[in-house]
Unconditional design. Sequence first.
Length: 204
Amino acid sequence: YVASHDLQEPLRAIAGYTQLLEQEYQERLEPTAQEYMSYVVDGATRMQQLIRDLLEYSRVGTHGQVFAATDCNEVLEITLENLQVAIAESNATITHDPLPTLTADKNQLVQLFQNLIGNAIKFCKDKPPQVHIRAKLTDQTWCFEVRDNGIGIKPQYLERIFVIFKRLHTRKEFSGTGIGLAICKKIVERHGGKIWAQSQPEIG
């Protein structure tokens, strides 16, 4: 946490002073200079988000809560409240079957659901996202499924998406740091499970 704070502080200063320069000297700056200023602010902002995501990734195994009985229906309700802006802006439809109660870290399950559902909403281009969550008990193990109608993934990239910093798209296409699914993998493994993806391009 201290390292994260120490890294973010100079970035805040860079972004803050650059924005002040933009405001104070906007009328005197040439369009090219204004463009360069926006690049500086954007770069500092993205680096701050990257540091925050790295902190979350590093904390999964060391700062988790003690496992306790956790109602996954309640977890999903909290998740959807957190994502309500993204859901409204994208006109997404989120549905689910009744979900079980597990012995788990509630906060990490919220983070897990939020990353997975958030991705399902984000990676849906020209149509309203439709996301369905369900769970099935097989051999005394609960298997959760988050199904969507997004852009899909080619088979050769299905394992790669859970590797930290591995992105399949440019930042211009889709925002993000390439850490979200790696965090999901770490959370699932802390709970003794495994995570994988099944997909076809343009199907979901």
